[in-house]
Ligand binder design. Structure first.
Ligand code: FAD
Length: 369
């Protein structure tokens, strides 16, 4: 039977869309299917009152890789937004990541040497090997920062006590002894002018896309359409959870339109007290320096991942990594199916890493043909 398409691509997120663009550019025919009613995956923005609202959480593009920066600039230009975050702990405001502004607010210090001295007295050393996130944080940043700015936020984010979480989640806790509030150190940063949807419009301009189409509802018919498949959904679902379910952390987003032009003065405020049920409030207009008369804010509530909730963050602990390896092993026998992206590889990827991974995959794939 002749196949209608060279590739069926499941998922119109960044991974699937880069693959589709690169394949069609090289002359391959592709059909992209997407279960949501829009493309863009978690980078999708909805325009509300002339503001691009990041519907699935704040997305800031950042990379040190000039090649990736040049690549994405073929499709969109970027504004000069640089990300910085405020933490609100019981109405005390602190700058993140931890830097001289944070230290001076916490302890009234005015110099790096004073800050170093206080942190040294605050650090709690455990002479045995660090076993969990709490020990790691207490040893790196000390008691005050841990109690006010890490503990409650982490408990809400992961739904577990920091002493039950692997230290690796907080592997890098940067302490900066300068008055620099930049959240990312990367050379290239910004938000696409006009929002992320423009990127997907460009990537998918010459590709056939079917929205509101769940692969699992029409699996046999869809697979029959193409010679090869690129799958970017959850890998455990692809194999009907044969070895068990992979765990994720999920999120609920509550969007509010407010009749004021500036609610919190910045794009992201983290609420670090355990008694506040949400982890962050995002005020979207600040990403694009919008002068819109109203504003849109989003409360982000972490929650347990259940059957019909969206998988957001993989929980890469020992059990889940072992389970993923079983699925990965099985997937190697499916020679005509490529598994890629954050859900199929069960891995937290930033956007620039997704682009890099998709480009490598398509290069390998098309060299084989
Ligand atoms: P996705 O965007 O999830 O795309 C997968 C697509 O497949 C989805 O559209 C899904 O609906 C579809 N799909 C799944 N199953 C099926 C099915 N059965 N049938 C049809 N379609 C299906 N990265 C940064 O660089 N900077 C940031 O600031 C940043 N912030 C983030 C904030 C949050 C809250 C989250 C969750 C992620 C953030 N990221 C950030 C990471 C970024 O979202 C990812 O790198 C990127 O979106 C991953 O693209 P993807 O294509 O792998 O996955």
């Amino acid at each position: 039977m002749t196949k209608e398409y060279d590739y069926l691509i499941i998922g119109a997120g960044l991974y699937g869309s880069i693959c589709a663009y690169e394949l069609q550019k090289r002359g391959f025919s592709c059909l992209v299917i997407e279960k949501r009613d829009h493309v863009g995956g978690n980078m999708y923005c909805e325009k509300i009152n002339d503001i691009n609202v990041h519907k699935y959480g704040a997305h800031i593009f950042h990379t040190n890789d000039e090649r990736i920066w040049k690549y994405i600039n073929n499709f969109v230009t970027f504004n000069n937004y640089r990300h910085s975050v405020i933490a609100n702990y019981r109405n005390e405001l602190y700058n993140l990541p931890f830097n001289m502004n944070t230290f001076s607010r916490l302890w009234n210090v005015v110099s790096p040497s004073e800050a170093h001295k206080i942190i040294e007295t605050q650090r709690i050393y455990n002479t045995s090997k660090i076993k969990n996130l709490e020990e790691h944080a207490l040893q790196t940043v000390g008691k005050d920062i841990y109690e006010k700015l890490i503990k409650g936020y982490t408990m809400k984010q992961w739904g577990r006590l920091p002493s039950q979480l692997p230290a690796s989640i907080l592997k890098r806790i940067p302490l900066k002894f300068t008055f620099n509030n930049d959240y990312f150190n990367d050379t290239f940063q910004g938000i696409p002018n006009g929002g992320y949807n423009k990127l997907f419009d460009q990537l998918l301009a010459n590709v056939e896309v079917k929205l509101a189409t769940d692969f699992f509802k029409e699996k046999i018919q869809l697979i029959a359409l193409a010679k090869k498949v690129i799958y970017t959904g959850p890998i455990d679902a692809f194999y009907n959870f044969e070895y068990g379910h992979l765990d994720y952390r999920s999120l609920d987003f509550k969007h509010n339109i407010l009749d004021c032009n500036n609610y919190q003065g910045t794009s992201v405020v983290n609420y670090t007290d355990i008694n506040v049920p949400y982890t962050r409030i995002i005020e979207h207009k600040h990403f694009e320096f919008s002068n819109a008369p109203s504003t849109v804010i989003t409360y982000e509530f972490p929650k347990t991942f259940e059957k019909n909730s969206e998988p957001y963050y993989p929980i890469n602990d020992e059990r889940n990594n072992r389970l993923y390896k079983q699925y990965e092993q099985k997937s190697k026998n499916d020679k005509n199916i490529i598994f890629g992206g954050r859900l199929a590889e069960y891995k937290y990827y930033d956007m620039h890493q997704i682009i890099a991974a998709a480009l490598v995959k398509i290069k390998e794939e098309t060299l084989k043909i």
